[in-house]
Design a binder for this molecule. Structure first.
Ligand code: PLP
Length: 233
């Protein structure tokens, strides 16, 4: 009956992002990752992509109002403890997502600044990078660039070492996110280091052996894992 549907009180992560037909990345990966740590998910789809593990052949983005309304409906239906944001596709979708975050400032948001697929297809229109930095990053508790995204977002060359990554990270932090998790997977060497940076505090390093081979969707999994971390807020 109208009005009789109760709020689902299990803690949910609201996943905002694109679908990937191959299942390698995007919202399918996010849902798997968040479920694996025992939390429930609700979703707002920003774009539908046609892709295999080798290439992206089509991207169809949603109307910005439809994205915002999916988010609002998900928030009405469930107790949302965190919002995980991935592929956004256009500047207008970024503005729509930012508007919903402003309506819900007490829910921590984690932004994975998805710019392109590993195969090289743009997943955010190039003119929207400024909008992402100006309108969305300052609303996010955590932004999680990999080294390539960090370089593009700061207009720099790819960081050559940890110190260089830290310098770029501090520059991006000045644009407003409360904290950054720089993902070191694109560096070389036997170990991979992620660096957590937040204003005025010493950087915290998460160092692990580098796994052999290349994998898809690792960025999505890392960010979903952080969004679903019960210790997050
Ligand atoms: N497709 C979608 C919908 C994504 O969200 C992402 C990354 O977040 C990708 C593709 C890129 O993944 P990969 O780097 O594994 O190609």
């Amino acid at each position: 009956k109208d009005g009789a549907v109760a709020l689902n009180r299990d803690p949910h992560v609201l996943v905002v992002g694109g679908s990937d037909s191959s299942g390698g990345a995007g919202i399918a990966r996010d849902i798997e990752t968040i479920s694996s740590i025992g939390l429930r998910t609700c979703v707002a789809v920003t774009a539908v992509t046609v892709q295999t593990h080798q290439s992206v052949t089509a991207v169809h983005h949603m109307q910005p109002g439809l994205v915002a309304n999916q988010m609002r409906a998900a928030l009405r239906a469930n107790k949302v403890s965190a919002i995980k944001i991935g592929m956004l596709s256009t500047g207008c979708i970024i503005a729509a997502v930012a508007a919903v975050l402003c309506e819900n400032p007490w829910i921590p948001a984690v932004l994975d600044p998805v710019l392109a697929s590993s195969s090289g297809r743009q997943l955010l229109e190039p003119g929207a990078i400024g909008v992402l930095k100006r309108d969305l990053m300052p609303l996010c508790r955590l932004v999680t660039p990999n080294l390539i995204e960090l370089a593009i977002l700061t207009g720099s060359d790819l960081a050559v070492d940890d110190d260089d990554a830290l310098r770029q990270g501090r520059r991006l932090l000045a644009d407003g996110p409360q904290a950054l998790l720089i993902k070191g997977g694109h560096a070389t060497g036997p170990r991979s280091t992620d660096i957590l940076l937040s204003g005025g505090e010493e950087p915290i390093r998460f160092d692990m052996p580098r796994l052999a081979g290349s994998m898809r969707g690792t960025g999505c999994m890392r960010n979903s894992g952080v969004s679903g971390d019960r210790g997050f807020d």
